[in-house]
Design a protein around this ligand. Structure first.
Ligand code: HGY
Ligand code: MN
Ligand code: MN
Length: 410
C-alpha cells in the first residue's frame, strides 16, 4: 500500500514543478504549463497500458477497452490548480485511478466494462469566469456562450482553446452517450478537517453543495484624496466594502450558506486617490439550491439600493452556477465497502467544495472518494496528503473497480 503511496508522492512532486513561477502550484487551463502537464499525464497513462486521446475540451482520456458493447466506467479529476495552490487538489485524483487501473492490469484482472481515466483541463474557474469546462463538455452541458468569456488579459476562451490546438466548434462531439456510461468516480483530497479529526485515511461523499459566482463592478468617480470633501465623494471601494459586509452578514445569518468575496481590484489603486472603480467577485455556496439562489437575488437587490444611495453605477451579473448534487447510493455503497476492505470505516461526509463530479452527475451516476489532508488545508501551498493515505486510496479505487458490476449504478 505504502509503495503505491510513495510512488504517487514522487509523481506528484514531478508534476508540481509544472507551474507558473511563485509560491505553490499555479497551473491554469490552455497554457504552456497545461501542455507540459498533459505530456506527463500521457506518459503515466501509457505506462499503465491505456490508450490515450484528447477531446475538444482538452480532456485527456486513457482508456482500457472492455468487452464489445460493454459500458464505460469513468474515473478522474482536474489538472488545473488555483493561483498559488497546492500539489494535490485535482491532480491527485487524476493520478491515483491510473495507478489503480495499472495494478488491476498487472494482476491480469479482466473487467466486464471499459475503464477511462480522465484529466480535465479546467475545474477551478480561475482563468475564465466559468468552471468545469471539461466535465460539462463530456456531459453535453457546456454552454457555447462561455467561449466568448475572456480572461484577465482579454483572451477569450475560444482563442485560448484554439491556441492550445483545440477546435471549439467540435465541442459538441466531446459529449458522451449517457446510455454507455456506468458511472464516474472522482478521488479528491477532502479539503476540510473531518477525516483528520475522525482518524480516517478515506471517506465517501454523500452529496456536493451548489455554487454560484457573480461579477460585480462599481463605478464612482476617482479624485484627489486631499481635496474632495467626504460628502461629495462617489467612492467605489467604500461601496464595495458595504457589499462585502452584506455578503458576510447574510451568510453568517443563513443556515448552510457560505459567502465569499475572494477577488477585488481597485482603480486607480493608489494611496492618495478616491477609488473610481472596483471589480469584485461574490461567491455563494449552499447544500440547498433554493437557499443559495435566494441569497444571490438578495445580493443583486442590495447592489441596486447601494447604487442609488451612494450615487454609484453598480452592475452585478451571475456568470456561473452549479446546482447541488447527490452521489449515487449504490456506487457509494460499493465504494464504502472497498474503503472498509482497506481497513477504513467507510465514513460518509458531504462536500462543501464543488468538483468535476458536480457536472458529471448530468451524464451518469457519480461517487467520490475523499482522502484525508493535513489540517484540512487546501487552495494553499501547504496542502498535504500522506503517501500512506494515497496508497490506501489506490487500493480502495482498485477494489471498487474490481467489485463493481454493470447495472449497479442508478
Ligand atoms: O471552488 C471549489 O469548490 C473547487 O475547489 N473548485
Ligand atoms: Mn480546488
Ligand atoms: Mn479540486
Amino acid at each position: 500500500m505504502t509503495d503505491d503511496g510513495d510512488r504517487a508522492a514522487a509523481m506528484l512532486d514531478e508534476i508540481a514543478a509544472v507551474s507558473e513561477p511563485g509560491a505553490g502550484v499555479t497551473r491554469l487551463p490552455f497554457t504552456a504549463e497545461h501542455a507540459r502537464a498533459l505530456d506527463i499525464i500521457r506518459g503515466w497513462m501509457e505506462a499503465a497500458g491505456l490508450v490515450v486521446s484528447l477531446d475538444a475540451a482538452g480532456t485527456l482520456a486513457g482508456r482500457l477497452e472492455g468487452p464489445p458493447g460493454a459500458p464505460t466506467l469513468l474515473l478522474g479529476s482536474h489538472q488545473d490548480s488555483v493561483r498559488e495552490g497546492g500539489r494535490y487538489d485535482g491532480i491527485m485524483g487524476v493520478l491515483l485511478p491510473i495507478l489503480a487501473v495499472e495494478k488491476l492490469r498487472e494482476r491480469g484482472i479482466r473487467l466486464p466494462f471499459a475503464v477511462e481515466c480522465l484529466a480535465f483541463a479546467d475545474e477551478e474557474g480561475v482563468r475564465f469566469p466559468t468552471a468545469l469546462i471539461g466535465s460539462r463538455a463530456l456531459a453535453g452541458r457546456l454552454d457555447p456562450a462561455v467561449l466568448d468569456m475572456a480572461d484577465a488579459d482579454g483572451v477569450t476562451l475560444r482563442a485560448a482553446m484554439e491556441g492550445f490546438g483545440l477546435d471549439p466548434e467540435a465541442l459538441p462531439q466531446a459529449a458522451r452517450d449517457p446510455g454507455g456510461m456506468l458511472g464516474f468516480l472522482e478521488c479528491h483530497i477532502e479539503q476540510g478537517p473531518v477525516l483528520q479529526v475522525e482518524n480516517q485515511a478515506l471517506g465517501v461523499v454523500t452529496a456536493i453543495c451548489g455554487i454560484e459566482r457573480h461579477g460585480v463592478t462599481l463605478t464612482g468617480e476617482a479624485g484627489h484624496a486631499g481635496t474632495i470633501p467626504m460628502a461629495l465623494r462617489r467612492d467605489a471601494l467604500a461601496g464595495a466594502a458595504e457589499i462585502i459586509g452584506e455578503v458576510e452578514r447574510s451568510a453568517r445569518e443563513t443556515d448552510g450558506l457560505l459567502g465569499t468575496v475572494g477577488a477585488l481590484s481597485v482603480a486607480p489603486g493608489v494611496v492618495n486617490a478616491v477609488p473610481g472603480e472596483v471589480r469584485m467577485s461574490v461567491e455563494l455556496r449552499a447544500p440547498d439550491d433554493a437557499v443559495r439562489e435566494t441569497a444571490g437575488a438578495a445580493v443583486h437587490r442590495f447592489c441596486g439600493a447601494l447604487a442609488e444611495r451612494r450615487g454609484l453605477a453598480v452592475t452585478a451579473r451571475r456568470d456561473y452556477a452549479q446546482p447541488a448534487i447527490a452521489c449515487d447510493p449504490q456506487l457509494t455503497a460499493t465504494l464504502a465497502d472497498a474503503v472498509k476492505a482497506t481497513g477504513g470505516a467507510g465514513l460518509a461526509l458531504p462536500s462543501g467544495a464543488t468538483h468535476d463530479a458536480s457536472a458529471m452527475a448530468d451524464l451518469c451516476p457519480v461517487t467520490m472518494l475523499f482522502v484525508r489532508c493535513r489540517d484540512g488545508i487546501s487552495h494553499n501551498p501547504a496542502e498535504y496528503a500522506a503517501p500512506a493515505d494515497m496508497g490506501a486510496a489506490v487500493a480502495a479505487i482498485a477494489g471498487f473497480i474490481e467489485t463493481l458490476r454493470p447495472g449497479q449504478g442508478a
